[in-house]
Ligand binder design. Structure first.
Ligand code: ZN
Length: 99
């Protein structure tokens, strides 16, 4: 299950607004802030991961063209992070053993 940064931000803002309306729950403002901070951090991390994935996909373009377009089907080499065919024993890119 994946919760993205935007969800955290929305929940955080919602919690802050709710606690501002209901004075009794003023403590929840802090919870709201924590959620907002987590959301912002997540948004940045997600963007970074996406950029890395795009780089990898570009490098593996030819491979994916040959074997199919869905990168989630492939095993990722832990040494060079290249995508490999699910039943591959060795990485096609760096030649090291995958499993
Ligand atoms: Zn490799």
């Amino acid at each position: 299950m994946k919760i993205n940064g935007l969800t955290y931000l929305i929940v955080g803002i919602f919690v802050i607004i709710t606690s501002l309306i209901l004075d009794k729950f003023i403590v929840f403002i802090f919870v709201g802030f924590i959620f907002c901070i987590m959301g912002v951090i997540r948004l940045f991390t997600e963007t970074k991961i996406d950029e890395e994935l795009v780089k990898e996909l570009k490098r593996e373009d030819k491979f994916i063209e040959t074997h199919g377009k869905d990168p989630s089907k492939f095993i990722k080499c832990k040494f060079c992070k290249a995508y490999n065919y699910p039943d591959a024993q060795f990485c096609h890119f760096c030649g090291r053993r995958i499993n």
